[in-house]
Design a protein around this ligand. Structure first.
Ligand code: NAP
Length: 550
């Protein structure tokens, strides 16, 4: 069978024969960020082309069409704010919409603003080179075409480069292997089948809770259990939508000032100032909201104070235990090796109940790892698990993966892939020293990588990039690049902020720990969306002090 994940799309400009077609800007990606960036730059009168490896718009919501895929941010804040007409006409059906609804929304936006005509689908960027002599980027694709543009804006996503451990024996397996982020558009028939799921992160949890009742047998291969919070989803009728619409003007403003770009913020009470009964009551109240507010809208001390974290972790462990009948299975599902909230918190609906079903088995691979595929299934130690379908919910090379796979070369030919292989650096997560006029929306070291309602942060970053390009053009400048000092300042501030928390103590994609050899750094800025925005605004207000603008 074919490898479900293409990790080898690095290209070489030297081998390209195409003469580049000129644009003002090339955007990579036609997801939430890419569509909005295209809209904004086109609005300025620029000649723009967006390239996307998919065959349609949607980005994350195009690729991740696995069973149960659903957004963890509330629909009324996981949307675009730039058009009142759009806000007025689009009806959300659920508090946490499933993938098809969000994909439909993005298609609606693409149609409404006539964006498709400037998007080239089925196109993967294979290399991008800075041409200093002409102050432009040369971008080559797997279709053999080549583009030249002064501005190169990556909206390629922070969780768009799927990974899977190179389990040996793949080619011998007679069944089907599918990665959640490469789920076929026409689906995979799982009814009555023997299905294995590898991975129990936010994705695995959604898949498992959705397919358990359809499949014949389900084997869940779990290495690390997660602290999942029970989602409280609800459907909206016209009255509910009307009520939310009335709040849009306020929400559009307020989400930019909270810790994580949601409509809620941390509790004002300090956890340790409360009595045990008050703590419990407050935790129950936030828990009942059934959203990520239990994590990024609860107690801020959770992130930095081990005592607080331990108590809140125990609260969540008790919630998990209460759901599972078999105490041995329950203990396997209760995380003990890290504190609550120091890795991405998944939301769940019926996930823990799945383990009370007769057709589901939890296979603990924390001590005896998966050895590989056999002809019939997966081998763990000396036990073979016969399977018809293996679902890889094994995650992504987050933050840096998408750009690293693009083979980007900046000033003097320096390679971004090589740089990030040694040390993951950026300035505000938006630019990188040595790479003039490269903008990295959702790049590493910005909150957009993991501590933000993505829609909030992506729009803020796209607005910043748009303002920056506007400034350059209005002032007659050709290039902008953060200085080494400016970048060192941001990296230091980012690290100081991260090191003051417990986040670095946990192994997950947040710290790059899921990729062998990846430099360890918190991929996402944890100083808060409001603070981050302030730093971005300052850069702009100071006319990009600390940047080389030529
Ligand atoms: P993930 O959180 O990185 O989880 C990957 C899973 O695969 C982990 O359980 C990992 O175990 C396991 N794994 C990897 N290699 C393995 C191996 N060799 N053997 C056994 N297990 C292995 O990836 P994800 O679940 O795709 O989620 C990534 C992120 O996407 C989320 O954190 C979230 O930000 C986003 N997401 C969002 C939504 C939403 O908004 N609704 C939904 C899904 C995902 P270890 O933990 O032991 O490494």
């Amino acid at each position: 069978m074919n490898d479900p994940i293409d990790t080898n799309n690095a290209g070489n400009r030297a081998g390209s024969t195409a003469s580049p077609i000129d644009y003002d800007a090339i955007i990579v990606g036609a997801g939430i960020a890419g569509l909005y960036q295209l809209y904004r730059l086109r609005e300025m009168g620029l000649k723009v082309r967006a390239l996307d490896a998919g065959s349609a718009v949607g980005g994350t919501w195009y690729w991740n069409r696995y069973p149960g895929a659903r957004v963890d941010s509330q629909s009324y804040i996981y949307q675009y704010w730039f058009s009142d007409e759009l806000l007025e006409e689009w009806d959300w059906n659920e508090r946490f919409p499933a993938q098809p609804e969000t994909e439909r929304y993005l298609n609606h936006v693409a149609d409404k603003f006539d964006l498709r005509k400037d998007i080239q689908f089925n196109t993967t960027v294979t290399s991008a080179h800075w041409d200093a002599a002409h102050s432009r980027w040369i971008i080559d694709t797997d279709r053999g075409d080549s583009f030249a543009a002064p501005y190169f804006v990556s909206c390629a996503g922070m969780l768009s480069a799927p990974v899977a451990a190179p389990f040996p024996g793949r080619e011998t397996f007679k069944g089907k292997i599918v990665h959640t982020a490469r789920w076929p558009r026409d689906g995979v028939d799982l009814h009555g089948k023997r299905v294995g799921v590898i991975g129990t992160g936010a994705t695995g949890i959604q898949v498992i809770q959705t397919i358990a009742a359809q499949v014949g047998e389900l084997k869940v291969f779990q290495r690390t259990p997660q602290y999942a919070v029970a989602m409280r989803n609800e459907t909206y009728d016209d009255d509910a939508r009307k009520a939310w619409r009335a709040q849009y003007p306020a929400l559009r403003e307020s989400v930019h000032h909270t810790f994580a770009g949601f409509d809620y913020d941390f509790e004002t009470d300090k956890f340790l100032d409360l009595s045990p009964a008050e703590r419990k009551a407050t935790l129950e109240r936030i828990w009942a909201d059934g959203s990520l507010s239990f994590w990024v809208g609860g107690f801020a001390e959770l992130f930095a104070d081990e005592t607080v974290n331990a108590e809140i972790s125990e609260f969540v462990r008790a919630k998990i235990r209460a759901r599972i009948k078999d105490p041995v299975v329950a203990e396997k599902l209760v995380p003990k090796s890290f504190g609550f909230g120091t890795a991405r918190v998944p939301l769940e609906t019926g996930y823990y109940d799945v383990y009370n079903r007769d057709n589901v088995e939890l296979v603990d691979v924390s001590e005896i790892p998966i050895e590989g595929f056999t002809e019939n299934g997966l081998l763990v130690g000396d036990r073979e698990y016969p399977l018809d379908v293996v679902i890889l919910a094994t995650g992504f090379d987050a933050g840096t993966g998408a750009l690293s796979r693009m083979d980007v070369h900046g000033r003097d030919g320096r390679s971004l892939t090589e740089l990030w292989r040694k040390d993951i650096r950026s300035t505000l997560g938006l630019q990188v020293h040595g790479f003039p006029n490269l903008f990295t929306v959702a790049g590493p070291l910005a909150p957009s990588t993991a501590f933000c309602n993505m829609a909030t942060c992506l729009q803020q970053q796209v607005d910043w990039v748009t303002d920056c390009i506007t400034y350059l053009r209005e002032q007659g400048f050709k290039t902008i690049e953060p200085s080494a000092e400016k970048e060192a300042w941001w990296v230091q501030h980012h690290d100081d902020t991260a090191n003051a928390t417990l986040m670095m103590t946990t192994n997950s994609w947040y710290t790059g720990a899921n990729i062998e050899g990846k430099p360890r750094r918190l991929l996402s800025y944890i100083g808060g969306v409001g603070n981050y925005r302030k730093y971005c605004d300052e850069a702009q207000a100071s006319h990009y002090e600390g940047y080389a603008v030529t």
